[in-house]
Design a protein around this ligand. Structure first.
Ligand SMILES: NC(=O)c1ccc[n+]([C@@H]2O[C@H](COP(=O)([O-])OP(=O)(O)OC[C@H]3O[C@@H](n4cnc5c(N)ncnc54)[C@H](OP(=O)(O)O)[C@@H]3O)[C@@H](O)[C@H]2O)c1
Length: 272
């Protein structure tokens, strides 16, 4: 092992323990509410043409943010934009093609978004696939894991690669990774193994990204929306999309002293 690598490990392990817990606690004690001061910021949401992504856009727009709705199908995303309208003065939404598995489309979306609305302050990594829901872990073909991880994990990494460093350079940003209770390591079951593994990995990414950008004004958190009535969740799910996105919208509009590197459900911190 080279000396610089060892140096990094020593620096990391010597960090004060429990820093994430402390930041959440301090922030709660201060009673910071978020949202209020967030109008005029620019938010980009992936997988925004339907489901939780679409409702996230609707609620961010209603709070006065400018919103970049993105989807891998441009027509469907433009149709979704027409559906939500421009609901509040100051708020504005546009629709762009962005396939999280196509890095060129992410770069192109960044250029178009910056030209039309300005630099991205908030990134909501919402797009995901749920494949082989009922399969036994070893019955899922390699391609099933590859497709799942390509979208749910690598797609988030590639999207962050484009949008997060510019946030850090400006000293301000919010990243919300839409995870799942299915990816809660403490409660793993045999349900949807490829999807569950992708969400566990997404949670790991959340913590690493949070640590990487902790001192540069970028707050990175993961959210479990609960079981929600969408195409993915199905009609039997107990939660509405409005309930499902509440915590993601809250995390997207945190004040500067808000938490980072944590996993939330219903605005409460949950274990990984
Ligand atoms: N619904 C639930 O009960 C539930 C529970 C826990 C977590 N979640 C999470 O919540 C998020 C949203 O889920 P949802 O219920 O709204 O699911 P959904 O209705 O199936 O929507 C998924 C969205 O992801 C998009 N997408 C898939 N692959 C993409 C790609 N390569 N590039 C860009 N967009 C892509 C889809 O676009 P297309 O229309 O083009 O396919 C669609 O817009 C996901 O991260 C999911 O894991 C949902």
């Amino acid at each position: 092992m080279s000396t610089p690598a060892l140096g990094r490990i020593i620096m990391w392990t010597s960090r004060p323990k429990g820093r994430n817990e402390d930041s959440v606690r301090e922030w709660r004690m201060k009673g910071a509410g978020g949202e209020a001061a967030y109008g005029s910021r620019v938010a980009l949401v992936t997988g925004a043409n339907r489901g939780l992504g679409l409702e996230t856009c609707r609620q961010l727009l209603a709070r006065g943010l400018r919103v970049v709705m993105t989807g891998r199908n441009e027509d469907a995303t433009k149709q979704a934009l027409r559906g939500i309208g421009q609901t509040r003065e100051g708020g504005k939404a546009i629709a762009l093609r962005l396939d999280v598995t196509d890095p060129a489309s992410i770069e192109a979306a960044r250029g178009a978004a910056e030209e039309q609305l300005g630099a991205i302050d908030v990134l909501v990594n919402n797009a995901a696939l749920l494949l082989f829901e009922d399969g036994d872990v070893l019955s899922i073909p390699k391609e099933g894991f590859q497709r799942t991880l390509e979208t749910n994990l690598l797609g988030v990494i590639e999207t962050c690669r484009v949008f997060v460093p510019p946030m850090a350079a400006r000293g301000h940003g919010r990243v919300v990774n839409v995870s799942s209770g299915v990816g809660q390591l403490a409660k793993l079951s045999t349900y949807a193994p490829a999807y569950a593994i992708s969400k566990v990995a997404l949670n790991a990414l959340t913590r690493i990204l949070s640590e990487t950008y902790r001192d540069r004004g970028v707050l990175v958190n993961a959210v479990n929306p609960g079981w929600v009535r969408t195409d993915m969740g199905g009609p039997e799910a107990p939660r509405s999309v409005e309930q499902g996105v509440d915590t993601a919208v809250w995390l997207a509009t945190l004040p500067d002293d808000g938490p980072s590197g944590a996993f939330f459900r219903d605005r409460q911190r949950i274990e990984w």
